[in-house]
Write a protein that binds this ligand. Structure first.
Ligand code: ADP
Ligand code: ADP
Length: 226
């Protein structure tokens, strides 16, 4: 678990679009921070810069005690969850959950224990031997989250993870995400264009507009002073 600090972060894409403009933001240890705003306001770009998937044009990003500007994504100790699940189709749920741990050289016993724990937390215990094709959309998204959890990263970064799900499933997944955060208290940055999602999930919500920070506050105070 670690705080994430952005200081005067800019992103100018080739062609001159300034997607993020002088962003200052501190995400506290264990906080669930939602980045919200209309399409094109720079949410994904900001998240991708924290992840290291996009180079920053100017400024500084740190995760925990480390400045990560020049660190590759794999060296940042973060886990990402996207809207397209990107599960390995030829592997079972259990193998999907364990794969990242295997790459890191975690022993078979420890892998099994961590996979069991994550599966239990996410209600996936009875699906461990299935392949992704035999899962519903919500179950697949739970597996994607499970893969993030088992690695025990310092931070979770999520980009519209529920946007491919139908409305009913989104509501139940929101509840699962809240419970999961309550349990794990991992620092989380969550991108959405959905205001209801932002208000129900966020400890705090950061509103972006045209690449700039417009407001950052608790959902209650944003609701009282829109
Ligand atoms: P959001 O996630 O809020 O929808 P993005 O971060 O995706 O916004 O995009 C912010 C701005 O940057 C938009 O104007 C978008 O068109 C532009 N943009 C995003 N990705 C690229 C890219 N790879 N190259 C050029 N412009 C981009
Ligand atoms: P959703 O409407 O949430 O996308 P689905 O209609 O895909 O859900 O699946 C409904 C239920 O059927 C889920 O519990 C899922 O695990 C199960 N299921 C879906 N496809 C298969 C399959 N090929 N084999 C076994 N069970 C399946």
């Amino acid at each position: 678990m670690a705080k994430i600090v952005l200081e005067q972060v800019d992103k100018v894409y080739a062609g001159g679009v300034k997607a993020v403009d002088g962003l200052d933001l501190e995400i506290r240890d264990g906080e669930f921070m939602v980045l919200v705003g209309p399409s094109g306001c720079g949410k994904s770009t900001a998240l991708r810069m924290i992840a290291g998937l996009e180079e920053i044009s100017d400024g500084k990003i740190s995760i925990g005690e480390r400045v990560v500007n020049d660190l590759a994504p794999k060296d940042r100790d973060i886990a990402m969850v996207f809207q397209n699940y990107a599960l390995y189709p030829h592997m079972t749920v259990e193998q999907n959950l364990a794969f990242g741990l295997k790459l890191r050289g975690v022993s078979k016993e420890d892998r099994a224990a961590k996979v069991r724990e994550a599966a239990k937390m996410l209600g996936l215990e009875q699906y461990l031997s299935r392949k992704p094709a035999a899962l519903s959309g919500g179950q697949r998204q739970r597996v994607a989250m499970g893969r993030a959890i088992v690695r025990e990263p310092q931070a979770f970064l999520m980009d519209e993870p529920l946007s491919n799900l139908d409305a009913k499933l989104r509501v139940s997944m929101r509840a699962s995400l809240s419970q999961l955060h309550e349990r794990l208290k991992v620092t989380t940055v969550y991108v959405t264009h959905d205001q209801v999602e932002a208000m129900t999930l966020g400890d705090r919500v950061c509103v972006l507009r045209e690449g700039k920070l417009q407001q950052v506050d608790t959902p209650q105070r944003l609701f009282d002073n829109p």
